[in-house]
Design a protein around this ligand. Structure first.
Ligand code: NAD
Ligand code: AKB
Length: 316
């Protein structure tokens, strides 16, 4: 049976990942960890919880030495919009925490999952059907840390034989924990606002096209890649994955199928618009499909239906 440590476990992805990992491997085999404990109730029924600052090498080493996981999902990070507001802090958190996790994993022989992002691409990357291997010159500090992270994970694999694996996530849409300061957050906020107020004002323009995916597909992908046969993986640390390439207008049209009275308006947010404009419109996920069987289930309308149903039940 696997023993798994999740860092950044109280975030948008971690809180849902911990629940699914506990279902598969048993609560007693899951350790969740974060720098804060305010949302600790979310993971408590599914794991042992430990507070640790992932930028502190000693704290990471103690955590891994104490619980002896065989797999680490390293999710502690700062997302694109928050990163752009405090670039040095983003570098410190995104890079130092990764080095600490890789170093302790090297010493204790853990496999490591590290998520990259569509943010690892930039304005000179081909925008349509972005290839798996292509130009990566991002213009956001978040993107710089994501490219550096992909390379560092490659290095630990080739130099030390560490079993590092990862995906480039698109924007993730979920209905449990709110997103933590990203450029794609509008695609989550729009559903909450639709249920609460019947309208939404988007900070990205009507035609801003980005890749997105529903959280259940993201969680399945994370577990699937860590269980896959590594001998077939030519692109270990940064597989493009996506389920849909959509604009705010597309989401609004999908919401209107279930709530015809829904209204979408727009306001400007220069920083997030510039970040979004530097990212691809659509990425090519064929390597993930061929090499480890990535296969998302939700399209836009299926996701919209589930988001609206779930959020309205929670708000009753
Ligand atoms: P999030 O912001 O919701 O959660 C990150 C968690 O990390 C938070 O709970 C935070 O408290 C914790 N954290 C921050 N600093 C820490 C530290 N020093 N030590 C320990 N914990 C710390 O982020 P998320 O959306 O869950 O993203 C997780 C990972 O997935 C990140 O690497 C992110 O870049 C990547 N990713 C996310 C998305 C998305 O749409 N959510 C898309 C692409 C990639
Ligand atoms: C963000 O917008 O920062 C994240 C991501 C796509 O990496 N959701």
């Amino acid at each position: 049976m696997k023993k798994v440590l999740v860092t950044g476990a109280l975030g948008q992805i971690g809180s849902e990942l911990v629940r699914e990992l506990a279902k598969r491997y048993g609560k007693e085999n899951i350790i969740s960890s974060d720098i804060r404990d305010d949302l600790y109730e979310k993971v408590r029924p599914y794991s042992t919880f430990a507070i640790a600052d992932a930028t502190n090498a000693l704290e990471v080493e103690r955590l891994i030495a104490k619980y002896r996981p065989d797999t680490v999902y390293h999710l502690a990070a700062i997302l694109s919009a928050s990163a752009e507001e405090r670039p040095l802090m983003a570098w410190e958190i995104n890079m130092n925490s990764l080095v600490n996790v890789l170093e302790s994993s090297r010493v204790h022989g853990c496999s490591v999952f590290v998520p990259s992002s569509i943010g690892a691409f930039g304005p000179t990357t081909p925008k349509e059907n972005t290839p798996q291997v292509t130009i990566q010159r991002p213009t956001s500090i978040y993107g710089v840390t994501k490219v550096a992270g992909e390379l560092l994970c490659d290095y630990y694999h080739y130099r030390f034989g560490i079993d590092t694996r990862g995906v480039r996530f698109p924007g993730l849409i979920s209905n449990d924990t709110l997103p933590g300061g990203g450029t794609t957050d509008y695609a989550v906020d729009i559903y909450y606002s639709a249920i609460k107020e019947g309208k939404y004002s988007s900070f990205l323009s009507a035609d801003t096209r980005l890749d997105m995916m529903y959280m259940p597909d993201a969680i399945n992908a994370m577990i699937k890649i860590m269980e896959a046969d590594p001998s077939k993986m030519k692109n270990r640390n940064a597989y493009n994955i996506t389920a849909m390439s959509i604009t705010p207008e597309d989401i609004a049209a999908s919401i209107k199928k279930f709530m015809p009275e829904f209204e979408l308006t727009y306001h400007e947010d220069h920083m997030r618009q510039a970040i979004a404009d530097s990212w691809p419109d659509s990425i090519d996920a064929s390597a993930a499909k061929e090499e480890w069987g990535f296969s998302p289930e939700y399209d836009l309308d299926a996701m919209t239906k589930d988001m609206l149903d779930t959020i309205s039940k929670k708000q009753k």
